[in-house]
Design a protein around this ligand. Structure first.
Ligand SMILES: C[S@@+](CC[C@H](N)C(=O)[O-])C[C@H]1O[C@@H](n2cnc3c(N)ncnc32)[C@H](O)[C@@H]1O
Length: 376
């Protein structure tokens, strides 16, 4: 049994020796510490776990992403080898559903080599079980290990677990938010004493005008740039799906999720999932900065409807028992609907492609305008 209180002690030891720790470093240790990190030690998914993702809600999600991948293969000129890559593949459910849908296209199915980028050994075993019997599947701990060639790269709920920085606006400027130790020995939030030099000039105009007390979050651009540079140079496209906002803005979205409820992010390091919303404007800018083309973002509800999820639901329901039919209808509402518990407008979808691919299915500009009409 992993001793997570050891991580709390380790974090306090580091703070005592090196001073308050940026939120970014705290999040990284909680998620990826080699012995006690949340994503190094467990399967967090499903009813018995901490959260449920779209592929675990319904097979329709992965099937439609499979068909979307086929449309990229066509747009890329039907290359004889296509790398189908998933970063952060959870239990392998989405890939299994995508591959089942792709079996109806033998020329593409024969051209596929499947690559799963996963750091979690527990989930890697589950992926192996889910994908047992499928040929040409390879695992990697780093995206850079995926062999060259045109690729479709899928990432659902991956970017939200990448660590964020936070800065708090004070009269004196923007100060990095840190984790420190209170007088009673607990982990608490604080701010670095000195402002971040020349930080204002890096900020989007909307954020520069924020009032004192506002919190701004950002992630390093490196991961998006690596993915974008890959499709720019080798062809194909990436699809990023996550919860977040279409415009960069202020707001504290750093949160812990355990047992399907929000928890205090400082309470039990390594025991809860730590996440923050994804800034899709920043992701798109990072991809465009390296010369890739971006498509969208659109809302998940719009994206799935454009791919035909309603028709797929009707055809599955036609063959189902009344109970299963009700489950399919519930899944459809959850994946595409709005409001509490629904993912249709909270989740966004961004395409990033080789600049030679001028449009991607279901991610056209009119859909982008629909997404911009949604609250950020
Ligand atoms: C929130 S889960 C989403 C799982 C899956 N995509 C789904 O939708 O069910 C995040 C996934 O990313 C993996 N992960 C976290 N950090 C990672 C990293 N640095 N590199 C690769 N995978 C990572 C986790 O182990 C897990 O598979």
């Amino acid at each position: 049994m992993t001793d997570f209180s050891a991580l709390s002690e380790e974090i306090k030891r580091l703070i005592k020796s090196a001073g308050p720790m940026p939120v970014w470093r705290y999040m990284e240790l909680c998620l990826n510490h080699p012995d006690y990190g949340y994503y190094v030690s467990r399967d967090p998914l499903g009813r018995e776990g901490d959260f449920t993702t779209s592929p675990e809600i319904s097979q329709m999600f992965g099937e439609l992403l499979g068909l979307w991948s086929a449309s990229v293969w066509t747009a890329a000129g039907e290359p004889s080898t296509l790398r189908l890559v998933e970063i952060g593949p959870g239990r392998g459910t989405m890939m299994a559903d995508a591959l089942r849908a792709l079996r109806v296209l033998p020329p593409l199915y024969q051209a596929l080599s499947v690559h799963l980028v996963e750091i979690n050994p527990v989930l890697r075993e589950k992926q192996k079980a889910t994908l047992a019997g499928i040929r040409n599947v390879h695992w990697h701990t780093d995206f850079a290990e995926v062999p060259d060639g045109p690729a479709v790269i899928l990432a659902n709920e991956y970017f939200d677990v990448l660590p964020i920085h936070q800065a708090v606006k004070r009269e004196t400027g923007w100060h990095e938010r840190v984790v420190e130790i209170s007088g009673s020995g607990a982990l608490v939030f604080g701010v670095a004493p000195d402002p971040i030099p020349r930080f204002d000039v890096l900020l989007p105009p909307l954020v520069r005008m924020a009032p004192v007390g506002a919190v701004f979050e950002w992630r390093p651009d490196a991961e998006m740039m690596r993915i974008a540079a890959r499709v720019r140079d080798q062809g194909g496209a990436a699809l990023i799906i996550d919860y977040g906002h279409v415009r960069s803005d202020v707001g504290d979205t750093f949160q812990a999720i355990a047992r399907h409820s929000f928890a205090d992010p400082l309470q039990s390091p390594g025991r809860a999932d730590l996440t923050a919303h994804v800034d899709f404007q920043a992701l798109a800018r990072a991809a465009e900065d390296v010369g890739a083309r971006t498509h969208g973002p659109v809302t998940q509800g719009e994206f799935l409807k454009r791919l035909g999820i309603e028709t797929r639901a009707v055809s599955l329901m036609a063959k189902a028992t009344p109970q299963v039919s009700e489950d399919i209808s519930g899944a459809l509402k959850r994946l595409t609907g709005e409001g509490r518990g629904a993912m249709g407008s909270m989740f966004k979808v961004l395409g990033v492609s080789d600049p030679a691919i001028t449009s991607l299915v279901a991610l056209s500009d009119d859909a982008r305008h629909a997404a911009e009409g949604q609250p950020a």
